[in-house]
Design a protein around this ligand. Structure first.
Ligand code: ARG
Length: 263
């Protein structure tokens, strides 16, 4: 029930069309109502965040985010890749708008899904894609297994994505970003009980809610000090008070990721 949203992939197609129709409104420079991005943030661009990738279907309809960590490797969420094949997925770089046709589109030659991932727990939610075409964009660094201090409670983290701007809303045509504080493991445990697996997951968000990732942001980055430290994974609704967003705790998986990046 704390849903990784499986209907999302089809919903994305509809949302992308709706978002395209409202581009002018969303990109108007003066229109900045408070809670929005992702949920509650600001618009940004892939020029500002060149490693931010759209994960799309073969028709280039975005359904998840991903982070470019080398010219041909993208880190995303395992739950984004369940049921996908190398022919069903594309990765699009350098494209700020869902409605855009610019940037670089690559096919995927390999999908590695963490073999421990299971949708029963949403734990171990990491996947690495190998691209057929090199992306000419600046890559992101990612945490090493010893960097566990990055998750100190209260640390500011940045989230990015094209996901819905409210819990049951539609996707954002333009890339959005927001910052959220890392939540202590004990506090996240009180929100989610045993669904929160401390070794695999880290939480971020304000106690009062209001700012969060949401459906369609999955697979995208949680950056701490500009370094990839988490992957958007799940939550109870979006931006609800008392229910922070849950991210893959990447330090736990960085050696596995490195093995894929170097393979
Ligand atoms: N599972 C969602 C996706 O597939 C991401 C949900 C994040 N939820 C949250 N409240 N932070 O796009």
């Amino acid at each position: 029930m704390f849903g990784i949203d499986r209907a999302r992939k089809t919903a994305a197609v509809v949302a992308a069309a709706a978002a395209a129709a409202t581009t002018a409104l969303i990109s108007a420079p003066t229109a900045v109502a408070a809670p929005q991005p992702i949920v509650g943030g600001t618009t940004t661009t892939t020029t500002a965040y060149p490693f931010m990738m759209q994960i799309t279907d073969a028709s280039q309809n975005q359904f998840c985010g991903g982070t470019l960590v080398s010219a041909t490797k993208v880190v995303t969420a395992a739950h984004c890749m369940v049921g996908e094949t190398t022919s069903s997925v594309r990765v699009v770089g350098g494209r700020t708008y869902l409605s855009g046709t610019n940037g670089t589109v690559s096919r995927v030659s390999k999908i590695w899904i963490n073999p421990s991932y299971t949708d029963a727990t949403n734990g171990d939610d990491v996947a690495v894609l190998t691209l057929s075409t090199s992306m000419p964009y600046t890559t992101a660094k990612y945490v090493s297994s010893s960097d566990t201090s990055v998750y100190a409670a209260g640390t500011t983290a940045r989230i990015l994505g094209w996901g819905t701007t409210s819990e049951n809303g539609s996707s954002s045509n333009q890339l959005r970003t927001a910052t959220v504080p890392i939540v202590s493991d004990s506090s996240c445990k009180s929100s989610y009980g045993s669904d929160f697996v401390q070794s695999d997951m880290v939480c971020a968000g304000y106690t009062s809610g209001g700012t969060d990732t949401c459906q369609g942001d999955s697979g995208g980055p949680l950056l701490i000090g500009g370094v990839l430290a988490g992957i958007t994974s799940w939550g109870n609704g979006c931006a609800e008070a008392g229910y922070p967003g849950v991210y893959t705790r990447l330090t736990t998986f960085s050696s596995l990721v490195t093995a894929q990046v170097n393979s």
